[in-house]
Design a protein. Structure first.
Length: 98
C-alpha cells in the first residue's frame, strides 16, 4: 500500500516530535538533513499550509518552541483522513526518516 504525498506529509507532521530513534542532532553517515525547524519564531508557520490556519500557533513548552494545535479544523474529508492538517509543502522529497 502506498501513502500519497499529502497523506505522508500529514502523518509526518502529526508525528513530529513523538519519536526519536537517534540522540538529538545525530544523523547517520549515509543521510543528510533536509529540513529542521525549532519553532522559535512565529514566522515558522510560513513553512506550512494548514487545513485551518486559525487553529495552529507557535508556542513555547519547557523553553522550546512548538507547533500547537489550538482547535478543530472543521475539515470533512471524503475518506478516512486526519482532520487537522499542517503540510510542509516547501519541498518534495522521496522516502525519508522523521
Amino acid at each position: 500500500m502506498t501513502i500519497g504525498r499529502i497523506g505522508a506529509a500529514a502523518i509526518a507532521v502529526a508525528l513530529l516530535g513523538l519519536f526519536s530513534p537517534l540522540p538529538a542532532g545525530e544523523i547517520p553517515d549515509n543521510y543528510k538533513l533536509i529540513y529542521e525547524q525549532n519553532f522559535d519564531r512565529p514566522e515558522a508557520l510560513n513553512d506550512f499550509v494548514f487545513a485551518n490556519p486559525d487553529n495552529w500557533s507557535v508556542t513555547r513548552h519547557d523553553g522550546n518552541g512548538a507547533l500547537t494545535l489550538t482547535g478543530e479544523s472543521g475539515y470533512i474529508p471524503p475518506f478516512t483522513s486526519p482532520l487537522n492538517i499542517a503540510l510542509l509543502v516547501w519541498r518534495r522529497t522521496g522516502d525519508f526518516f522523521l
